[in-house]
Ligand binder design. Structure first.
Ligand SMILES: Cc1cc2nc3c(=O)[nH]c(=O)nc-3n(C[C@H](O)[C@H](O)[C@H](O)COP(=O)(O)OP(=O)(O)OC[C@H]3O[C@@H](n4cnc5c(N)ncnc54)[C@H](O)[C@@H]3O)c2cc1C
Length: 388
């Protein structure tokens, strides 16, 4: 199905937001049905920066390889080592699969290029109003769409327009770039803090002499959100030397996932993905994998619903597919995030990971995108707590 030639502003699919979730949704829809008319809107021109730790899980690469976009990481160095610590407790080990640290200015622009090469039209536009207009949706009184994907991030206008409500739990984090000091080369370093748990500082080596450094913590919603100064002080206290040489500081909210996903996704032709869908790992703040995974599912759901001539069926299709992929994992990350509010549990987890490589691997997998709390991890935690 394509828009009538005399009405160029009726699109099969309009994707609002061209971050990883939106660009992947556009790309996936066009790979499923190359003839679709897909419009990708973003309030900014690309390349653009985005506040992020830039940590790219191997799961992200898998999704993008499946869409012919695995080259977005080309030229960046894979990292194999991870160091976790809290106070005196520390573990350092080799991850089962590498991760990458790629500035979002690079990653997002490359993904957008893939979407455009597949046939999407990219337009700079800040979406403010989305409303139903007969069988389609109208955006800011102009563009019309049979299906809309809301990929517009943590403060999503699309999510607000369909009344999906705000994401309950949030974190706030700041990141900058600093020269990689001796001792933090070729690794991801995470140091847990003392404030609202889970809180931690990170230093992720990009492999080009610079590291992405930052600090984030839970926001309670009681009007006492941490200031920029406090976030930077925490970073400097946990990873000394990061702040003085740092540059390009940028903070942002992280909408954390809950026990399950789906209540926010109504039936109908408007689909939510990535941060707009409230999908950020509540243990680690990782969200790029969920963004590309749900972007892909939404693009495919939109293409299938349009092929059937029932665009309004896309929402239920997307909800089912996303639940199938993520629900089990979300239960486990929800529980793990609750447990890691207790410093003793974090310490026990670090201790258990130091004694047992399989526990280390399980913690990495839980934090990145597809893990579960295994009986072995539970036993390791119990042993650690009993010893304490
Ligand atoms: C400090 C920090 C560190 C993080 N570290 C990591 C990490 O190391 N690894 C990881 O996996 N995740 C990390 N995350 C989370 C990750 O950044 C997000 O989960 C990810 O960016 C979500 O992608 P997205 O495409 O859903 O949204 P975004 O990347 O936020 O993209 C949304 C896009 O929508 C556009 N937009 C917004 N509003 C509108 C509008 N009204 N109209 C048009 N366009 C609009 C924006 O310009 C933007 O391009 C971190 C987050 C923060 C804040």
């Amino acid at each position: 199905m394509t828009g009538p030639p005399d009405d160029p502003d009726v699109w099969d699919l309009v994707v609002v937001g061209a971050g990883p979730a939106g660009a992947t949704a556009a790309l996936a829809a066009l790979r499923a049905r190359p003839g679709l008319r897909v419009l990708l809107l973003d309030r900014e021109d690309f390349p653009r920066d985005k506040s992020c730790g830039d940590g790219i899980a191997p799961h992200v690469l898998e999704v993008l390889q499946g869409l012919g976009a695995g080259d977005v990481l080309d030229g960046w160095t894979p990292l194999h080592r991870l160091e976790l610590s809290r106070g005196e407790r520390r573990v350092e080990g080799r991850m089962a699969r590498p991760v990458w640290v790629v500035p979002r200015k690079v990653l997002d622009a490359r993904l957008v290029d893939h979407a455009v090469a597949a046939g999407a039209t990219l337009r700079r536009h800040r979406v403010r109003v989305l409303r139903r207009a007969g069988a389609s949706y109208e955006i800011d009184g102009g563009v019309r769409a049979r299906v809309v994907v809301g990929a517009d991030g943590a403060h999503s206008a699309v999510r607000a327009a369909i009344g999906a409500g705000r994401v309950g739990r949030r974190a706030l984090a700041i990141r900058g770039y600093a020269p990689t000091p001796e001792g933090r080369h070729a690794r991801q370093v995470i140091r847990y803090g003392e404030r609202r748990q889970p809180s931690y500082a990170w230093s992720f080596d990009r492999g080009d002499g610079w590291s992405n450094v930052g600090y984030g913590e839970l926001v309670t919603g009681g009007g006492d959100a941490p200031t920029r100064g406090l976030l930077l002080d925490q970073l400097e206290a946990l990873l000394p030397g990061s702040v003085p040489g740092g540059t390009e500081w940028r903070g942002h909210h992280l909408p954390l996932s809950g026990w399950r996903w789906g209540r926010e996704q109504p039936d109908g032709p408007v689909l939510l993905v990535g941060d707009a869908a409230g999908l950020v790992n509540p243990m680690t703040g990782e969200g790029i994998y969920y963004a590309v995974a749900t972007g892909r599912l939404a693009g495919e759901a939109a293409a299938a619903a349009l092929a059937e001539g029932v665009p309004a069926g896309a929402g239920a299709r997307h909800r089912r597919a996303t639940r199938r992929l993520l629900d089990g994992h979300l239960h486990h990350t929800w529980l793990a995030a609750r447990l890691s509010r207790y410093p003793a549990v974090v310490g026990a987890g670090i201790g258990a990971a130091g004694r047992d490589q399989r526990v280390f691997d399980t913690l990495v997998e839980l934090g990145l995108g597809d893990g579960r709390i295994t009986p072995r991890l539970a036993a390791g935690l119990a042993t650690g707590l009993a010893r304490k």
